[in-house]
Structure formats: structure tokens, C-alpha cells
Ligand binder design. Sequence first.
Ligand SMILES: Cc1cc2nc3c(=O)[nH]c(=O)nc-3n(C[C@H](O)[C@H](O)[C@H](O)COP(=O)(O)OP(=O)(O)OC[C@H]3O[C@@H](n4cnc5c(N)ncnc54)[C@H](O)[C@@H]3O)c2cc1C
Length: 380
Amino acid sequence: MNEDIYVELRKNVKEFVQREVEPISHKMDEEDYFPEDVFRKMGEMGYLGITIPEEYGGAGLGYMGQAIIEEELGYSSASLALSYGAHSNLTLDNLYRNGSKEQKEEYVPKLSSGKWIGSLGLTEPSSGSDALNMKTRAEIHEDHYVLNGSKTYITNAPYSEFFLVYARTGDHYTAFSVLSTDEGFSRGKKFSKMGMRGSPTGEIYFDGIKLDKSRIVGKENKGKEIILGGLNSERVVLSFIFVGLARRALEESIRYSHERKQFGQSLHSFEMIQDKLATMYTEYKCSRLLAYDALKSIEEDSMDVKTAAASILYSAQVSERICREAIQIHGGNGYMKDSGVERLLRDAILGQIGAGTTEIRKKLIAHSLIRDFLKGKGID
Ligand SMILES: Cc1cc2nc3c(=O)[nH]c(=O)nc-3n(C[C@H](O)[C@H](O)[C@H](O)COP(=O)(O)OP(=O)(O)OC[C@H]3O[C@@H](n4cnc5c(N)ncnc54)[C@H](O)[C@@H]3O)c2cc1C
């Protein structure tokens, strides 16, 4: 791995974030505003297709590159980082890994450049954690499929041109590429959320969409493997949103505890505030190390379920705790919208719900831990 490339990338992303994202992060939250122009510009910068090889319009910098972008976006706007993750990892990277040569040629460059925005559709009104209990169905009619059903809570759906959609095909599951221009496709409402505002979340409907077999992503009836195969990288990459968010909350807390004086002293001269800062730092540092350790396992192709789930479990929990403490350190000011720290907490809460909940992550870790241990594998 060429470390210099990643040092350079982080520097560029930081500059981009300061120039393009920081000035609008408050507006995004206040007005639930999705900066479509900035998002598409991330395509021009090579960020959207960061994991995609250059021949398909990407930057070829792998999950390390994607994690760096998530971390730096998460520092300034977790909601933009969420939209980025849904597009770049859940949809584009997944499509690249599983799609046919024709799909790669047709869709991947458009998604890498930002000409198209993408979404992944798995969750349905009656199946969230129990995702495989989906009702969306694709029925075979001679040489094509007919898709009926709906998906909900889909990140970017109000804007996306491309959707990677999972459907039941008989007793199995198949992944399909669905376009917003397909006849029978429609968008439902855009949700108003407590946090991650500015990252558009919506419903999509499929009413008898005719899909040629060339729209199948991966193999017919092998969608379950794609769903499960994508989850590890998704969990690890999305962890970095919450690592970046936690760093922001910690920095704001140090700054404020220095500026704010009570009893004639800076807040950070009080031992109880020092205790908070020290704990926040230690938890932040552990979550970052765990996320980078998990990332290394993906890069080395030695990823297991428990490492990926532990990475996002911990970074999400830690960022929520750190953001809560940041508000406490800011006192009444922290409770006010203008301080900016209350947004961090509202955004952090999504970390324990989206891309699988804390409870499901714990379930996965425990099952994998017990199974591996009983097979004689040590705990690394
Ligand atoms: C902002 C946002 C963006 C999202 N983006 C996308 C997207 O782009 N694409 C997509 O497909 N989905 C997306 N989702 C959906 C997300 O993945 C689901 O919300 C999540 O998986 C949880 O499903 P659910 O909301 O139906 O909750 P439920 O599954 O109904 O769970 C409710 C509660 O019960 C708990 N629970 C459920 N089962 C168990 C169990 N077996 N043991 C213990 N506890 C359990 C859960 O942990 C949770 O606390 C998004 C959601 C949000 C909020």
C-alpha cells in the first residue's frame, strides 16, 4: 500500500470539505437541504468512484480511500457522508463487484462521475432487520422478469437515477438494476428525519417493471450471497462516518471548554470536565483503531463478520456517547440549535439504527464469536 497516496487524498478531501461542505452543513440540517451540486462534484473529484478501477472511471484507491473520505465528510456533515456511503459503497462498489461486463460499462462510469446518483433498496415496510423476509417479487415471464413491490427508508431515493434492488425470485433472491426511467417505477414520499437531515431518504415503488434478464446483477437466484457479501465492507466503511463525527464533537468540546469561563476559570480546569474529555478521547481513539483494524482485514481479504460488526457497533455507540458529553460540556449553549453540537448527537443516533441495528450487530458478533471459538479458533 502506498501510504503517500492516502496522505495526499486525506489532505485533498479535508480541503474539499472545508471549501464545499462546511459552509453548507448547517443549512443542510436546518432546511433538510441535499446539495446535489456538491454531491455530483464529488464525482469529478474522483471520490464517488474511489474503489472503482480507472478503466471504469474510478480512482482505484480501494476501501482505504473510501474510509478516508467517509471520515473527513463525517467530521463536517455526517448526512453527506451517509449519502456518499449509500452511493459509493452500498450501490456502486456492490454493482462493480457483482455486475456483468455490460453493466460495468453502462452504469459504473455514470455513477463514478456523479452523472447518476445511486441507491440500494433492501429494506421494506414490513422487513427491516428481518431483511430476507421481503415481499418485493420478480416473476419470470419467458425472457424477462416483472418486478412488483416497494422499498422504504432508501438513502438518496428522492434523487437517484440508479437503484440496486433486491427481490424474491421464487424461493430465492435476485439483485436487479432498476432505473428511475423504467416504466412502472415511482418515488414515494421523502421522509423528514430527526437527524442526518440533508441526506434524502425516501420510498420507491415498482409497479410491474419489465426487466430484461440483462438487468440481473450477479447470478439469477444468488441475490442472498450479494446481500451478505456486501455487508462486511458496508459496516466497516460506514463506521468511519461516526469516527469523523466523534472527532468533531471532541474538538468542539476542547475548544469550548477552553473559551468558556465559570468561577473565573476555563471549564477544562475542572476535574469533572477533564474526566469527560479524557474518556471521550480514549473512546474515540479506540473506535478509530478498531475501524482501521477492520479495514485492514478487508484489504487483506481476511474479514470476518464479527470484526466488521464490532467496528460499526463500537464506533456508533462511542460517537453517540461523545456527542452527548459534548452537549453537557457546552451546557445550555449545547442545547441550542446555533451551537451546532446538538446536530452531532441527532446525526450520531442513526449510527445505531441504519445499516443494521446495534442489537443485530451484537447478535452477529456473539454468534460468530461462539461458533469460531467452539471450532477451536482463537480470539484474535
Ligand atoms: C436514515 C436511514 C437511512 C437508511 N438507508 C437505507 C438504504 O439506503 N437502503 C436500505 O435498504 N435500508 C436503509 N435503511 C433501513 C435500515 O437498514 C433499517 O432501518 C434497519 O435495518 C432496521 O430496520 P427497521 O427500521 O425495520 O427496524 P426493525 O427491524 O423493526 O427493528 C426495531 C427494533 O427491534 C430490534 N430487533 C429486531 N430484530 C431483533 C432481534 N432478532 N433481536 C433483538 N432485537 C431485534 C432492532 O434492533 C430495533 O431496535 C435506512 C434507515 C434509516 C433510518
